[in-house]
Design a protein around this ligand. Structure first.
Ligand SMILES: Nc1ncnc2c1ncn2[C@@H]1O[C@H](COP(=O)(O)OP(=O)(O)OP(=O)(O)O)[C@@H](O)[C@H]1O
Ligand SMILES: [Mg+2]
Length: 396
């Protein structure tokens, strides 16, 4: 029989972060999809096996959970190049978008077909039977509206099939995904768990656990501020804003093009320029090293000011807050600007993660801890059950 493999997946508006198994495997995929209407012309099919599957995710997805069933999608890097690419609209509901499901299913399918996992799942011919126990999340707002219930039962209720079409290494493989259990956690709460628990689910931060804290998660397209009190997310206080770093990165890219005539390929290139260790804020223009510091400083400072205003408003309404943690990829980008503003303005007790990877993977790590704890608890319950039954019988 196939085992159930752990999947912890954060479907961010900007990118999907996924952790699998005993943390033996991880995936990072830009959250971009494009529907394919005709067969994709495949250039250089002869080197298909030399390419990275992640650069050519081309799949057909069969699932009753989708509004549009049996559709062909380009996903991630491959979709970025399509002219009908769609990114999640910050105003929409994650739980109601086909794109969220497509990203979840594509991630699990990519994990399931990995050669290392041949021992984990049954395979016959070209079909992989994959069982997962999934931990994932939704914005607090959607959980408050009860949307997690329908979302969960859609995932649990049927077998989903991902068929790899023109994808390097995996072309022709089909994966039947069956979810044995699905847990949906509210995003802000998950970040809190990650701060107070280690991977073995021990409390690592006793100081923090009973304090009132804020978690400001600055992502690609959105910012969420969670208020944690009594070890719980305060539903009424949580705030979400349609303001992330993507727009600022796009502005920087435009301005560099206008001023220096240099066309950067993507926002990712901008992130590299503003975060690299050596020669930060410099680009090459016709072979000369050129500073773009004026542009990056102005644009990022402006965004940092907006983010700081949100922090200040939230702190005013929650005056007994002891500390605010900044997480998400946007926090890494804005760290120095927000720190500088804070030093000259309110001097709030704020903290950042030094390691940008920790900041970006915060949510996925949290889901991993939570789903692992759930599995442990479940197996404990199973062991204890027979004893309980006996006890109940003898009490009669
Ligand atoms: N080292 C890095 N690698 C990737 N992205 C980075 C890095 N440092 C900063 N970023 C930026 O962080 C942003 C993405 O942050 P994050 O992954 O937290 O967003 P998300 O969770 O996908 O989106 P959202 O929170 O809006 O749903 C991107 O705009 C990216 O450019
Ligand atoms: Mg996020």
């Amino acid at each position: 029989m196939s085992q159930s493999r752990v999947a912890a997946i954060d479907v961010g508006n900007d990118s999907v972060k996924a952790l699998f198994g005993k943390l033996d495997s991880e995936l990072y995929i830009p959250n971009v999809t494009a529907i394919d209407t005709e067969d994709r012309p495949v250039i250089g099919i002869e080197d298909l096996d030399k390419k990275d599957p992640l650069d050519g995710i081309h799949i057909r997805v069969h699932s009753p959970a989708l509004q549009e069933n049996n559709t062909i999608y380009r996903v991630g890097n491959l979709a970025t190049k399509a002219d009908n690419a769609t990114e999640l609209d910050p105003g929409s509901s994650k739980s109601e978008e086909d794109q969220t499901l497509v990203m979840l299913l594509a991630s699990m399918a990519l994990d399931a077909v990995k050669p290392e996992n041949k021992q984990v799942f049954n395979r016959s011919n070209q079909v992989v039977e994959a069982n997962y126990t999934l931990g994932t999340g939704l914005p607090l707002r959607e959980v408050k509206e009860g949307k997690d219930v329908g979302y969960r039962s859609q995932l649990l209720g049927s077998v989903h099939q991902v068929e790899f079409l023109v994808t390097p290494k995996y072309q022709g493989l089909k994966v039947n995904i069956k979810l044995d259990e699905v847990k949906i956690y509210p995003e802000g709460f998950a970040a809190f768990i990650n701060l107070v628990m280690d991977n073995n689910l021990n409390i690592i931060n006793k100081d923090l656990i009973d304090k009132q804290i804020l978690i400001q998660d600055i992502g690609g397209l959105s910012t969420d501020i969670a208020v944690i009190r009594n070890r719980n997310v305060d539903d009424d206080k949580a705030q979400g804003y349609n303001l992330g770093v993507s727009e600022a990165l796009e502005t920087i890219r435009d301005e560099i093009n206008k001023k220096h005539g240099v066309e950067l390929d993507s926002r990712r290139d901008v992130v590299d320029i503003i975060t690299k260790k050596n020669d930060r804020n410099h680009i090459m223009v016709k072979g000369s090293r050129t500073s773009v510091h004026d542009i990056t400083d102005r644009v990022l400072l402006e965004l940092a000011k907006k983010q700081y205003r949100h922090l200040r408003n939230t702190w005013q309404r929650n005056s007994q807050t002891e500390i605010c943690y900044f997480v998400g990829g946007g926090s890494s980008v804005l760290k120095d600007y927000i720190k500088t503003l804070n030093n000259s303005l309110d001097g709030f007790n704020i903290d950042f993660f030094e390691d940008e990877k920790e900041s970006i993977w915060m949510m996925a790590n949290a889901y991993y801890k939570l789903i692992s704890e759930f599995i442990q608890q479940q197996s404990k319950d199973k062991q204890e059950k027979p004893a309980e039954k006996q006890k109940a019988a003898s009490n009669k």
